[in-house]
Design a protein around this ligand. Structure first.
Ligand SMILES: [Zn+2]
Ligand SMILES: [Zn+2]
Length: 263
């Protein structure tokens, strides 16, 4: 707080943006006074915080890549399923083994690519939100690690996405996104994938091929559902983020405040 002597109005610094409001700090970047309404995280004024936020590149291109690779992984799941149902039983035993390992490798490559693209997008989104301030409470790198660390990655990524959504649009935006469904499908899909792997390897051979087929079918259905849920979440978060960057929200907030004052 700045200490102005009682009654010494002339020495009281005022906000350059709001001449009727007293300044509460000087900006750490440009040195201008800022009132409590203009003060931003890191002791910066509104313009400097805005400029700093714009210095972080946007995440539109990464969102497009994440979406594209999600669709590719969904398409691969469908093609893999069709192959397993229609062509796989016709193959010779040796050819079956080759096809199985080939598809496994291809599936892993496509899956990892989609995951890398998704996490690169998450990284950039968190970086932008932190620059827009106030801080999200996690670094971009930590947000990514939460998807990769065993055990934590069974529930933490849900909270990462929830925190991002809450920052962008409050609880009403969180409620409008299929976040719980997305995460539920993700968890069940991972369990099914593991079960399918165990069934195909010798571990649970006793249960026979039919069970493996049913689990494989379910696993593919979950993969495709996950793609559509994930793509929708990426799209809606990216739209909100673009609006925030363009300063649309910034215009909205003071207008609502002024209306309240006038009423
Ligand atoms: Zn400034
Ligand atoms: Zn101000």
């Amino acid at each position: 707080m700045l200490n102005a002597a009682e009654g010494d109005v002339a020495s009281q610094p005022m906000c350059p943006q709001h001449p009727e409001r007293a300044a509460v700090c000087t900006c750490a970047r440009c040195g201008r006074y800022a009132c409590s309404r203009c003060e931003r995280d890191g002791g910066r004024c509104r313009e400097c915080a805005h400029l700093a936020a714009l210095e972080v590149p946007d995440s539109r291109a990464r969102a497009r890549w994440a979406t594209l690779t999600q669709y590719v992984s969904g398409g691969a799941a469908v093609l893999g399923l069709l192959f397993n149902l229609l062509f796989y039983p016709e193959l010779q035993r040796e050819a079956q083994a080759v096809a199985q390992s080939g598809m496994l490798v291809l599936g892993v490559i496509i899956g990892i690519t989609a995951q890398v693209c998704l996490l690169m997008w998450v990284h950039r989104v968190v970086r932008q939100l932190n620059a827009l301030g106030p801080d999200l409470g996690m670094t971009p790198a930590w947000a990514v690690w939460l998807w990769l660390i065993p055990f934590l990655n069974w529930w933490k990524p849900y909270y990462v996405m929830r925190d991002i959504a809450e920052r962008l649009g409050g609880m009403s935006f969180v409620a409008s996104l299929p976040l719980q469904l997305w995460w539920g499908v993700n968890v069940v899909g991972r369990i099914l994938e593991k079960a399918e792997g165990d069934l195909l390897s010798s571990k649970l051979q006793a249960l026979g091929g039919t069970t493996a087929e049913v689990v494989g079918l379910l696993s593919s259905v979950f993969s495709v559902a996950l793609v559509f849920l994930c793509v929708r979440i990426i799209k809606e978060i990216q739209v909100r983020l673009d609006q925030r960057r363009e300063g649309l929200d910034e215009v909205e907030t003071p207008a609502a405040g002024d209306a309240a004052v006038a009423a």
